[in-house]
Each structure stands twice: as structure tokens, then as C-alpha cells.
Design a protein around this ligand. Sequence first.
Ligand code: 5GP
Ligand code: ZN
Length: 134
Amino acid sequence: MPLQEARGRGANSVAAEVKPVEDCLFCKIARGELPANVAYRDDGVVAFHDLNPQAPVHVLVMPIRHIESLLALGEGNLELVGRLHAVAAQLARELGVAERGFRVVINTNREAGQSVPHLHVHLLGGRAMGWPPG
Ligand code: 5GP
Ligand code: ZN
């Protein structure tokens, strides 16, 4: 579906971004209301170590602004996806897994295992990865 078409459907509309986020776990982390081991922060992106790491390096990179998932992206925030990945790559370098290899994953909705409805990129590294992913 063209992005233009997706825009009109509500999934990525302003409503999807602006609905109340007081209860969102990752918004609370972004606002500093819940503790996290923060690895990176700028004006739009925050990255923190996963509480339940699935690899020696497991960092979550997310927008500070609440966006539910990839399905909620619109033309106004496409650049953000690039920023999330650029930060993941930079952290992979800084955390010493870039050369060996690392994986970035964005789980979207139930069957993919998205458990927190605030868009985030998993950066996983420091061990050999299987393929296909489970
Ligand atoms: P998802 O399942 O949505 O793709 O990823 C959510 C991730 O957030 C999981 O890997 C989970 O371990 C992590 N997580 C859940 N709650 C917290 C928390 O309070 N702090 C941190 N640092 N990670 C969390
Ligand atoms: Zn949120």
C-alpha cells in the first residue's frame, strides 16, 4: 500500500501518535520517570539496555515521541527511522560488536512478539545469530 494511502487509514495518523501516553512504559523511560540504563540520548532518540537481554549486547533504540509501531509511521517521520538505525549502528561500534556483526530487529504486532507498543529497534550482538529468526 502506498504510504499516501496508509496515511488516511488512521493507523499512522496524528491520533496514533497523540493519544494519551501516560501509561506507556517506554514513554515513562523516555521522560526519565522509570529508571533505565541509558546508552544514548539526543533530542529525538533514546537508547537503553534491555532489561532481559537476549544477547551480550541488547539495546533498544526508540523515538522519544510516542509512535506505536512501524505501522504508525507517516511521511512526517520517515527520517526518524533512519536516525534510529544510525544510532543503532553507532552503538554497535561503541559497544564493540560492529565488526563481528549484529542484528537490528523491529517486532511489529502480536505474531512478531511486539510486547511494548512504542516503536523500538532491538540492537543485538555479541553472539552468533541463527537464521531464520524464531
Ligand atoms: P518487544 O517485545 O516489544 O519487541 O520488545 C520489548 C523489549 O523491552 C523486550 O526485549 C523487553 O525485555 C524489554 N523491556 C520490557 N520492559 C522493560 C523495562 O522496563 N526496561 C527495559 N530496559 N527493558 C524492558
Ligand atoms: Zn510511548
